[in-house]
Design a protein around this ligand. Structure first.
Ligand code: HEC
Length: 110
């Protein structure tokens, strides 16, 4: 009898811990990347697209352009609709939401 109660308690405890871990995992995934994280991603783009996303005279300026326009291109690279030499690889490295945040970031640079 005592042992049954103990094993039931253990099972309930294990279920609670499991439930807690699953919820924590879901929370971690749902958390929006911080503005600092987005600016770090964006700074890697600036190696080719210039400081603040301005690459004068190259046709690669992305800073200050509408977010929809930038996101449209990034999603088209990711899906392979738009052929590219580099950007299809780059775009695949980010989730759709991350690309949206990066596009928003560049659109705010004047
Ligand atoms: C290694 C250099 C390089 C890096 C790094 C890079 N790009 Fe590009 N990007 C290019 C090139 C080159 C093109 C032209 C398409 C092609 O051939 O890939 C381009 C095109 C684009 C375009 C379309 C521009 C237009 O007007 O058609 C967008 C938007 C863009 N990149 C955004 C980004 C973002 C956002 C990042 C960072 C996540 C990034 N790029 C990182 C080289 C780079």
């Amino acid at each position: 009898m005592k042992q049954t109660v103990l094993s039931t308690n253990l099972r309930t405890g294990a279920l609670l811990v499991f439930g807690l871990l699953v919820s924590l995992g879901a929370l971690a995934q749902a958390r929006e990347p911080s503005p600092l994280q987005v600016s770090i991603w964006a700074s890697s783009c600036m190696a080719c697209h210039g400081p603040e996303g301005r690459a004068e005279g190259t046709g690669l300026t992305i800073g200050g352009r509408p977010a929809d326009d930038l996101l449209g291109k990034l999603m088209a690279y990711k899906s392979g609709k738009l052929t590219a030499t580099i950007m299809h690889q780059h775009a695949k490295g980010y989730s759709d939401n991350e690309l949206r945040l990066i596009a928003n970031y560049f659109s705010t640079l004047k």
